[in-house]
Every structure is written in C-alpha cells, then in structure tokens.
Design a protein around this ligand. Structure first.
Ligand code: PT1
Length: 292
C-alpha cells in the first residue's frame, strides 16, 4: 500500500480540494498529476490482462515518483483524434481504476467527458472527474458531479479534438478563456456544483496556436481571481516541438515540458498534468524552495 506523506501544518494550507471519505488534496505546494493513457497504442501489448497490469504498474510507479493524482483516460484528445465508443472507453479505464484501488489509495482522476464513464469510474474508486469539455458535451455530467460531490476539472477547448487545431481564432485569448470560466462557474452554481469542487484549466493545445498557448501560460495569474485552483497540461505538447523544430518526437520534449511546468507554477498553477513525473517533481522542489 502506497500512502502519500503530505503532513502540512494547518497554517500553511492555503487551499484544499476535498475528496470523498475525508481525504483531501492540499495545495500548499504545487501538485503533480501523472498521465496514464489507457489507449491501445499507449501499451505495447493489446492483451487485456497484461494491459491492465501494465497500466496499474505505471500508475504505482508514478505514485512512487511523487505524483499526487493519477489521471486515467481511455480516449485520446490529441489534435485530430477520433472519438471512441462510450463502451470501449469505459472498458478501458474502469478495470484499471478497480485494480489500482486494491493496491494504492493515491488520488485518481478520470479523464472523460462522458457521464456513463465517469459514473462507472467513480463507482470503481475514482476521486475526481477531469472533463476536457467542461461539462458541455454530456448533459448528464453536471448532475453526476453535483450528486456525487466529486471535484471536477473544467477545461477550456475551442472546437473538438477532431477539428480544434484547424484554424483557432480569438480576438483576445486570455479574456475569452476567462469569460468561459465565468460562464462555466455560473453553470456549476445553477446546477448545485460547489465552487470548492472546481478546478479550472485553460486547455493548452485545445484549439490554440503557438502564440495562444504562450499567451495563456504567461497570463495564468489572471485566472486565479475566480478562487479555484488552476491546472495546466503542457507536457510534451506540439507547441513545445514548434519552439524546437530539431527536437524530434513527443517523448523528446522533456526539457521544454519541465520549463512549461515551472513557468505554469510560477504564474499561479496549483496542479500540473505531466508525463514525466519524477523529473517534474524534482524541478518543482527547486521552485518551492525558492518560493518559501
Ligand atoms: C489537459 C489535457 C487533458 N490534455 C486536462 N486534461 C490532454 N484537464 C488530455 C498537442 O498539441 O491539458 N488538461 N487531457 C491531451 N491533449 C492534447 C492536446 C495532447 C494537444 C497533445 C496536444 O500536441
């Protein structure tokens, strides 16, 4: 059983995200969300048992490396990605969450915009819903989140993963993302989702070109005014590759990803969503030491 040692003095606690059963995430230091993609291409073997076993092992490894949250997703939301069947998505993520729950009490988020998947994931032990559509794509999602009282990540996205990178246009990207957050927070309020359960995410790479992404990263502090923690996912995304065209494939963007995580935290992000947990934890320890 892996238990997180996060003994924070009460006076140091600035913000907490309440979870079920009296557990909570403390935002007294930047939190690291480790990415666990449970899509067929993300594991070498398509076999069902080994697929689940490999996914659980990867999750446990990330928890040992210092991940505070494991984000489990069964549908790719990369630019151009096609949606999968709800059933397919559910049968990818739920067995992994169930199996992980036997071995660890690490906080788990489920990366889905479908209420059916989110419900099954919560029943299997997921703590948080990470919805890239910010409760817009499935009308049942807001009711689920309100009823189960689970924290929810509301992410900004222009378009859908399939078409979002074709020609993203904003008059003022930072202002429009801010207006979107205000709109979604009002929607949450109307539907009985408490603000203390909301995390806001500007959606790096989701209907944004290079300058939009850089503008958002540079103005994250403007999103803290809504009183919710900010989550940023920049890890290995294509904008990092654009800044270093000689750099090669997505798994060769560690340096840029670490820079983005550090910048995001300095600009006010409370949570960073990353592939390279150990390296990010190390980088953020330096940031945290400087800030104290
Ligand atoms: C994210 C995120 C996510 N990103 C949240 N959930 C992805 N809350 C999946 C590219 O440009 O930032 N926040 N779930 C992954 N999506 C992308 C988007 C992956 C763009 C790659 C790119 O390369």
């Amino acid at each position: 059983m892996i238990r997180k040692q996060t003994l924070t003095k009460p006076e140091e606690i600035k913000q907490v995200i309440p979870l079920a059963a009296g557990r909570q995430l403390e935002l007294s230091r930047p939190l690291v969300m480790g990415i666990l993609n449970v899509t067929p291409d993300s594991f070498s073997d398509g076999g069902r048992y080994t697929g689940v076993e490999q996914a659980v092992n990867r999750a446990l490894q990330m928890a040992e490396e210092g991940a505070d949250i494991i984000d489990i997703g069964g549908e790719s939301s990369r630019p151009g990605a096609e949606p999968v069947d709800a059933e397919v998505e559910m049968h990818r993520v739920v067995p992994v969450i169930e199996a992980l729950r036997w071995k660890s009490d690490v906080c788990v988020s489920v990366d889905t915009y479908r209420a059916q998947t989110a419900r099954a994931a919560i029943d299997a032990g997921a703590d948080i819903v990470n919805d890239i559509s910010a409760l817009r794509l499935d009308t049942a999602m807001v009711e689920l989140v309100a009823e189960r009282k689970v924290p929810v990540v509301l992410m900004h996205m222009q378009g859908t993963p399939r078409n979002m990178q074709i020609d993203p246009v904003y008059e003022d990207c930072v202002r429009e993302v801010g207006d979107f957050f205000v709109n979604r927070l009002e929607f949450c309020k109307r539907h009985g989702v408490d603000k203390t359960k909301v995390v806001l995410d500007p959606g790096i790479g989701f209907g944004k070109n290079l300058s939009h992404n850089l503008e958002l990263l540079g103005h994250l502090d403007e999103f803290t005014q809504y009183g919710c923690p900010i989550l940023v996912g920049a890890s290995r995304k294509s904008f990092i590759g654009m800044l270093n065209p000689a750099g090669g494939s997505a798994d060769q963007r560690l340096g840029g990803s670490l820079a983005a995580a550090v910048l995001a935290v300095l600009a006010g992000a409370g949570i960073v969503r990353v592939h390279d947990v150990a390296e990010t934890v190390e980088a953020l320890k330096v940031v945290q030491a400087m800030r104290k």
